[in-house]
Design a protein around this ligand. Structure first.
Ligand code: FE2
Length: 398
């Protein structure tokens, strides 16, 4: 097992252990609440739901190992319950502390000073506030992030070239068609030279490919549109993923490259790397750097697309001046680095721009998009949906 995978597994087991601890705290709180506030029948129903929630990870593990069938709704319930429990207990802590303070003060009324009630009030208030905050990501347009990137020795004919980076649309998962049309209108308004999409366009149904075709396939960058597959395309469409997505007008580069030429004659070699999830379905799927980089010529400006940022290392990092990636969603909760987010637990490059400090690949840049869609729960706090407009400049003009 690689170091990266073993770290991922450690974090995953830690997250499951935390989930069970949160459930136990939930039980403790249920028991502590007075029956005047929570009738016995409600308590018993809560305990039964809690027991089911505690054995849910077992089902998920067994279904991942294909011992039990995969039931999508169960994974959604798991993520939603985990999120609600976590936020509730974070809010419960200050609620409890305030209740302790109230009890220790002048107010001797045991009702006002009740610690379990303080926890309940704090938990409900905090969870409600988080849900209200998350409405921003559901109903307001995504954030447009504009960045200029300076590269030493950039062909002057490429100066000012714009690349619009979209990722992880997860069409169909909590994304209505009117919202998707808003995204498409924004792309038209931004009118980039290159439109780049880094995978996870579909979430879990082939129908979502047809929605993409209807809304997004007419869109194009002025000099080209390019894309790669993500793990969700493979999970949904399996070994036919590439063929089906191409049929839906998805401008796919699967371990291959394409030369884009600006109106002024500047050239950009766009390289698309296939997603590691493909390797589970067919021998010709999954990343193949030899094939992908095969046509790259010395002196070309190389733009690489790869769904998972964990592949930005070694040869790819050195070969590509700029690599675009997604997959992490920035954890959906938190901020762009240096602020923490949930994805930073699992990924070294969770969201935003990164430059390699390795002298062999100095000046080579990775951009990880936090994406436009949702995974697990329809909630984003801090890490709102985003699309990023990158402008290339020669280093001396920065
Ligand atoms: Fe993904």
């Amino acid at each position: 097992m690689s170091v990266r995978r073993s770290r991922f597994m450690r974090v995953l087991w830690g997250a499951l252990a935390l989930y069970e601890i949160l459930n136990l705290l939930f039980f403790a709180l249920l028991r502590a609440l007075p029956s005047s506030l929570l009738p016995g029948a409600v308590k018993r129903a809560g305990e039964a739901a809690g027991i089911l929630a505690m054995i849910l990870p077992l089902w998920l593990i067994l279904s991942f190992r294909e011992i039990l069938p995969r039931v999508r709704i169960l994974s959604r319930i798991f993520f939603l319950w985990y999120f609600v429990l976590g936020t509730f207990l974070i809010g419960a802590l200050p609620g409890m502390m305030l209740a302790v303070l109230a009890r220790g003060g002048q107010n001797a009324d045991p009702y006002v000073g009740s610690i379990p009630e303080g926890a309940l009030a704090g938990g409900l208030l905090f969870t409600g506030a988080i849900f209200v905050l998350s409405l921003r990501s559901r109903f307001l347009p995504p954030r447009i992030i504009k960045k200029t990137l300076a590269f030493e020795g950039l062909d002057p004919r490429l100066a000012g070239t714009t690349i619009l980076h979209l990722s992880d649309l997860h069409v169909g998962a909590w994304q209505g068609e009117s919202r998707l049309r808003t995204f498409a209108d924004m792309v038209r308004t931004l009118s980039p030279d290159i439109l780049a999409i880094t995978g996870d366009v579909v979430d879990h149904r082939e129908e979502e490919g047809r929605i993409f075709e209807r809304i997004f396939s007419p869109l194009s960058g002025k000099i080209g549109t390019v894309a790669v597959l993500g793990n969700h395309e493979y999970w949904t469409l399996e070994k036919e993923a590439a063929e089906i997505m191409r049929r839906h007008g998805y401008p796919l580069l699967k371990n291959e490259s394409r030369l884009l030429v600006t109106s002024g004659g500047g050239e950009i070699r766009v390289v698309g790397i296939d997603d590691p999830a493909g390797a589970d379905y067919a021998p010709d799927c999954g990343p193949d750097l030899d094939r992908a980089l095969g046509n790259v010529r010395a002196g070309e400006f190389v733009l690489a697309l790869v769904h998972q940022p964990t592949l930005w290392e070694g040869r790819l990092c050195e070969a590509a001046h700029l690599t675009l990636s997604g997959h992490t969603h920035g954890g959906q909760i938190g901020g762009h680095p240096p602020f923490p987010n949930l994805a930073s637990l699992f990924f070294r490059h969770s969201a935003g721009l990164f430059s390699s400090s390795d002298s062999a690949s100095h000046g080579h840049v990775l951009h990880v998009s936090a994406g436009l869609g949702y995974y697990g729960i329809p909630v984003r706090v801090g890490m709102v949906p985003e699309m990023t407009l990158l402008t290339l400049l020669p280093a001396e003009r920065r």
